[in-house]
Design a protein around this ligand. Structure first.
Ligand code: NAD
Ligand code: DAU
Length: 332
């Protein structure tokens, strides 16, 4: 496998994946990205043009998708509308990209016999109670809560149907919350880091008891490459790094690492339908395919992420004011 099509490769996790592929394999990559508000070409700056080609286009456009699919061995499908808060404000783009876009890619993969890896989220499983000792597994029933997670669940089911009905050679991965460089400032960790840099108090939804299972984006990338190379066609793999933390602890950690008093944050209006807890059991991926995360110390990974945002203000400054204006209007 040497030619990859990476959809959404100018977004957070997609761009981390392209950097990972360039430094760990000899694959050639074509990025297909619409450059929505969430895409940033600068996230691919410095990569060799001999290995990485960029095409601006929509995954829901059958013409561009068909042409690109004809020239690659495999597609790794990251492109999505990805932010829960936006999906509560305006669900329509989530249907267009996450459902119709995935359908368009699957049809092209079916025509061209292309290997397909679909990137999805643990949010398709809904949430767990805070005191529930269990974690999500590949057999947990789907129970999504938000317009975002319901469209991701729909896209997963399309992939499963295209495998069974049409023989598309696809795998699916459902990963937990990612952190690391190149994440848009609308998301929890970069929002709070860039707030502190700007002298704005971090904003915690509700009581801050909600738990997320954090994984570094580079570990997500190595897991996806492992599944692409060794995964069983038709199978789903959960990706996680045993990183459960509640939001309050994460905000306090960020403040402490940035030299601020750990109580210098505000509680703001909670998210509608806010999922309580996500937790991943990734034993199948580790046991069957031999994958292991490299970032085992969350505090260390977070400190490196803080440094990245401090060192790369031009990358995020353009999006910061509009993002904060959106949240302020919602009381968040
Ligand atoms: P992101 O919002 O940072 O990036 C999405 C990218 O997709 C952007 O570059 C955007 O321009 C592009 N895009 C959007 N609509 C498009 C379209 N119609 N055609 C072509 N390109 C389009 O998202 P992310 O956080 O990097 O998430 C990437 C994928 O990983 C998503 O499928 C998401 O569901 C999944 N995921 C994310 C996380 C997480 O913690 N962020 C965890 C698990 C799974
Ligand atoms: O679990 C995987 C999912 O993780 C991905 O599928 C999504 O694409 C990704 O956005 C992420 O979803 P979350 O909703 O968990 O991430 P977000 O960064 O928006 O919020 C993380 C937690 O922090 C959540 O409990 C809400 C809370 N939060 C968020 C923001 C932006 C705050 O308390 N304050 C904030 O300002």
């Amino acid at each position: 496998m040497s030619k990859l099509l990476v959809t959404g490769g100018a977004g957070f996790i997609g761009s981390n994946f392209v950097h990972h592929v360039v430094s760990h394999t000899d694959h050639h990559v074509t990025v297909l990205d619409k450059l929505t508000y969430a895409g940033n070409r600068e996230s691919l700056a410095g990569l060799p043009q001999s290995r990485v080609r960029f095409v601006q286009g929509d995954i829901a456009d059958p013409a561009v998708v068909g042409e690109l699919m004809a020239s690659v061995d495999a597609v790794v499908h990251y492109a999505a509308e990805s932010h829960n808060d936006n999906s509560l404000d305006d669900p329509r783009p989530f249907l267009d990209t996450n459902i119709i876009g995935t359908y368009t890619l699957l049809e092209a993969a079916r025509r061209h016999g292309t290997r397909f890896h679909h990137i999805s989220t643990d949010e398709v499983y809904g949430d767990l109670e805070l005191d529930d000792p269990s974690r999500f597994t590949e057999t947990t029933p789907y129970n999504p809560s938000s317009p975002y997670s319901s469209t991701k669940a729909g896209s997963d089911l399309l992939v499963r149907a295209w495998v069974r009905s049409f023989g598309v050679r696809a795998t699916i991965s459902n990963c937990s919350n990612n952190y690391g460089p190149y994440q848009h400032v609308e998301k929890f960790i970069p929002r709070q880091i860039t707030n502190v840099i700007r002298g704005i108090r971090p904003k915690l939804y509700g009581k801050g008891e909600n738990v997320r299972d954090w994984i570094h984006a580079d570990d997500h990338s190595s897991a996806v490459l492992t599944i692409l190379e060794k995964g069983t066609i038709g199978d789903t793999y959960l990706i996680g790094a045993d990183g459960e933390k509640n939001n309050k602890d994460v905000v306090e950690l960020i403040l402490g690492l940035m030299g601020e008093p750990t109580d210098a944050y505000d509680h703001v209006t909670d998210r509608a339908g806010h999922d309580l807890r996500y937790a991943i059991d990734s034993s199948k991926l580790r046991g069957e395919l031999g994958w292991q995360p490299q970032y085992r110390d969350f505090e260390e990974g977070l400190a490196a992420t803080i440094d990245w945002y401090r060192d790369n203000e031009p990358w995020w400054a353009g999006a910061k004011d509009a993002t904060e204006a959106f949240y302020t209007a919602k009381g968040q």
